[in-house]
Write a protein that binds this ligand. Sequence first.
Ligand code: GAR
Length: 219
Amino acid sequence: MSPGEKLRVAVLASGRGSNLQALLDAVVEPDYPAEISGVFSDKSDAQALERARKAGVPAVWVDPAGENYEDRLAAEIETVGCDLICCAGYMKILSPAFVARFPDKIINIHPSLLPSFPGLHGQRKALRAGVRVTGCTVHFIDEGVDTGPIILQAAVPVLPEDTEEILSARILWFEHRIYPLAVRLVAEGRVRREGTRVRLSGVEVNQEGGFISPPINFL
Ligand code: GAR
């Protein structure tokens, strides 16, 4: 991309669209290096489509019933054009053929520290497993389910009285921060996929950023 040019992002979303909203809010900042070219949903009544319309972004429902759903979806995405596809609460699994059509161009946000708790209900699985720390992950999509190279993660404590709802809300706060950050890093050319891993360049790492969970006061 030439300087000043923005990364064009297509968003796939099936529901509430709060992660989409975090991206829509980020792109209105003049120095944010990406813009949303369209929002695509398999659900005609997805709140995400409403959010897109409000923001003046093309909002497209693609009927998942019938033949060649993914070909129709890809054609709609190609009509608006994009450099990156962000899945944001998109609840269908993309086929290997679709992933191959957009190589290294599809990313996803997932509510756990992958590779732990892939698939549906990442927060519920974390509670059941009794882990002290969970979180969220932005990763490239590959042919597997939630298995692709990891771009960013945020660690979130699991507290003794947590319900699935409370824990989900705590994780979501971090989702809304790491997803726009990950898109920014991609747009700035700082994300390089190297096999099963991702190398980030020009990113400062705070060596003291770790924490113990549950938060314990040592005497
Ligand atoms: C988010 O928590 C996202 O991480 C999760 O669905 C929620 C969508 O919320 N995605 C998955 O579980 C994908 N496997 P949103 O529609 O408000 O962004």
